[in-house]
Write a protein that binds this ligand. Structure first.
Ligand SMILES: NC(=O)c1ccc[n+]([C@@H]2O[C@H](COP(=O)([O-])OP(=O)(O)OC[C@H]3O[C@@H](n4cnc5c(N)ncnc54)[C@H](O)[C@@H]3O)[C@@H](O)[C@H]2O)c1
Length: 346
């Protein structure tokens, strides 16, 4: 095994630059060697900022770069399948951002391609590496709240959606882009699979999208039934303006636990204005910066130790399956059962 595993970054936008920063010097045993983005300025800037030798505007050239042993795929979701399948065929290990893809068939193809090439495939559910979420999982496994009865998970983001997200048919919408993490949290904390969902959605804060994209929603609530009998609730929102909000609550037969909070720092100021003030977390970039680093370190360990990654392609596929069932539930205004699709043969 090489002293430093060569990493190629594919997609140098918001999330790409987070992985670039990690692999540009924070992850032992790995080094960013190349960056690719059709926007040459973005690729060149990432290569420069994070110490990569090469940059490309075509991801295929990065995949064929002999210094690249593994790729991190951080492009818009609709490109994930093509890039992951090509990277696997070239013998490169893959860390692919969530949502894994738009459809379950694409996920299957990605899993099959990486299995065939005997390379690792990890999906970017970084909350599984966050200290608070990991402590919650440990408390659940230790039986501290008894049997899990209900998992509630919410993600509210401040950003106004990028235009491509308005078309639900093309993007799978906020359920995919935002709530994928919450779907994974329900599965992870309950230790079970989601078998039925009922979703309600509406557009409350994005009037600019209403006439051209009447299906677009900026707020979604999902009730879920799990295979082991437990229950789940997911709440997703974009364009919330007040900050970044990611919290979970788990109710058990003998207790309850809460993960996350709105405060950016453990600081509360009470002043003569008779106001209680706390600085709010502004972005997922800061809230989960340690989790991204731990996620990237774990990917490298999986390669070095030749063990399965901690978050698998099946985890990615399950989330996509629930996203699609949720969007169907919104369209058809009824609960959707996933029972028929829960057996995965890959
Ligand atoms: N884990 C998380 O919390 C998290 C957070 C944000 C985004 N994401 C995911 O990361 C992915 C990217 O999101 P983003 O917010 O960084 O988007 P972004 O629009 O900021 O960046 C995407 C970049 O990919 C580039 N790109 C487009 N097509 C490409 C191709 N064929 N090859 C290489 N590069 C290409 C674009 O030019 C752009 O620079 C999405 O799947 C998103 O859901 C995950």
């Amino acid at each position: 095994m090489k002293a430093a595993i060569g990493i190629g970054l594919i997609g140098c936008g918001r999330a790409g630059r987070i992985h670039g920063r990690c692999f540009g010097g924070r992850i032992s045993g790995a080094r960013l060697v190349a960056a690719a983005d059709p926007d040459g300025n973005a690729a060149q800037r990432a290569a420069h900022d994070f110490g990569a030798d090469n940059w490309y505007t075509d991801f295929r050239r990065l995949i064929n770069d002999r210094a690249v042993d593994a790729v991190v795929v951080v492009t818009p979701t609709n490109f994930h399948r093509e890039i992951v399948v090509a990277a696997a065929a070239a013998g490169k290990h893959v860390l692919c951002e969530k949502p894994m893809a738009l459809g379950v068939d694409e996920c299957r193809e990605m899993i099959e391609a990486t299995n065939r090439a005997r390379v690792k495939l990890q999906i970017g559910f970084m909350r599984r590496f966050d200290a608070g979420f990991c402590a919650a999982k440990q408390a659940i496994e230790n039986g501290e709240i008894g049997e899990v009865v209900l998992v509630k998970s919410l993600s509210h983001g401040p950003s106004v959606p990028q235009r491509w997200m308005y078309d639900i048919a093309a993007s799978n919408g906020p359920l995919a882009e935002v709530s994928s993490h919450d779907i994974d949290t329900l599965r992870w904390f309950s230790g079970s699979e989601i078998t039925e969902v009922y979703a309600l959605a509406g557009n409350y804060r994005c009037p600019e999208a209403r006439s051209e994209f009447p299906d677009f929603y900026d707020n979604v609530v999902v009730s879920a039934r799990l295979k082991n009998g437990s229950q789940g609730v997911i709440e997703g929102a974009v364009s919330v303006s007040y900050g970044y909000d990611a919290r979970a609550e788990v109710l058990g037969t003998k207790g309850v636990l809460f993960v996350g909070g709105l405060a950016e720092r453990p600081l509360t100021v009470c002043s003569a204005s008779l106001q209680v003030q706390q600085p709010i977390v502004k972005s997922w970039r800061t809230l989960f910066s340690d989790a991204y680093e731990a996620e990237d370190a774990s990917f490298i360990e999986a390669i070095r130790e030749d063990r399965p990654p901690e978050v698998s392609g099946i985890d990615g596929l399950r989330a996509v399956e629930v996203v699609n069932a949720g969007n169907r539930s919104i369209r058809e205004a009824r609960p959707i059962s996933l029972a028929a699709t829960t057996e995965v043969d890959v």
